[in-house]
Design a protein around this ligand. Structure first.
Ligand code: CO
Length: 286
């Protein structure tokens, strides 16, 4: 049997997030969904929220609607209470993930359940194919202990939230874009190659330390707050830490290649569908 060598994807470009605020005045960094990176099909938005100043997050995200896509919240620190107009509620704790398929529509709130201390995490928006935009809302609330941790190399720990690594599958299931979502931690000097489906668009976002990404002969250095958009060529991503530990998320999804019509919390395929979403929301049909 002949083994075929895998090829590491290269970093096509590096993007820095823009400071902004959303909800009722929560300060955050928008990395996807801003001037320098409008979207990376199927990913519409990536926010990092990180503050130990209560005034930056206390106002939270009171009742607001979503239709036509998925919101994915991954908490690193802090506690966030979630509730919606259909009676669903839950508490997001450190290390947990909520993958919410908004589908035809929900109205929900996301409010901090703490008055001080560090609040840190990510919210990613993932588009739905036209055929699923009006599906029934669905939640996958995943407690930290349900997320498997894999050690694919010395000094490397990967929490597998979605997708597969070394035969271990993440708990998120049944998502149209077949996503991969890894939370990766490398000790100083560690190195790893993570498989990524060649069909998928992918990015890596460094949230601690710094790392070199891409093939050994031509790596790209990324520091905290850098998002690397990966080239489509290749079936893995090589990551190497330098003289200090590095932490990053590596996320991939099957691109939809469909027209996108966006208006705030509604993401559909045509302007007419956006008008319909606004009318339905105003008529209380969510
Ligand atoms: Co929301």
């Amino acid at each position: 049997m002949t083994a075929t060598a895998l090829t590491s994807r290269r970093v096509a470009r590096v993007v820095r997030g823009q400071p902004t605020s959303d909800g009722a005045g929560v300060k955050l960094t928008r990395v996807i969904g801003q001037r320098d990176l409008d979207m990376l099909d199927p990913f519409l938005m990536l926010d990092e929220f990180r503050s130990d100043q209560a005034g930056d997050y206390l106002a939270g995200f009171p009742d607001h609607p979503h239709r036509g896509f998925e919101t994915v919240t991954y908490m690193l620190a802090g506690r966030m209470r979630h509730g919606d107009n259909q009676g669903n509620s839950g508490l997001l704790t450190p290390g947990s993930m909520q993958w919410m398929t908004a589908g035809r529509g929900i109205v929900h709130s996301e409010m901090p359940e703490q008055e001080d201390g560090l609040m840190w995490g990510f919210q990613l928006w993932v588009n739905l194919p036209a055929s699923d935009k009006m599906t029934a809302p669905r939640y996958q609330d995943i407690a930290p202990e349900r997320i498997p941790q894999v050690q694919p190399a010395d000094g490397v720990r990967v929490r597998v939230l979605a997708g597969e690594l070394d035969g271990v599958r993440g708990p998120v299931s049944g998502i149209a874009t077949a996503p991969v979502y890894f939370d990766v931690e490398l000790a100083a000097g560690a190195r790893v190659a993570l498989p990524l489906p060649p069909t998928h668009n992918a990015f890596a976002y460094v949230y601690g330390g710094h790392a070199q990404l891409g093939p050994e002969e031509a790596p790209t250095p990324l520091r905290r707050g850098d998002l690397g958009v990966l080239e489509r060529n290749g079936d893995e991503l090589v990551i190497a830490a330098g003289g200090e530990p590095a932490r990053l998320i590596v996320v991939a999804g099957r691109p939809l290649g469909e027209p996108v019509a966006k208006y705030g919390p509604f993401v559909m395929n045509t302007p007419e569908q956006i008008m319909e979403a606004i009318r339905d929301y105003q008529a209380g049909k969510f």
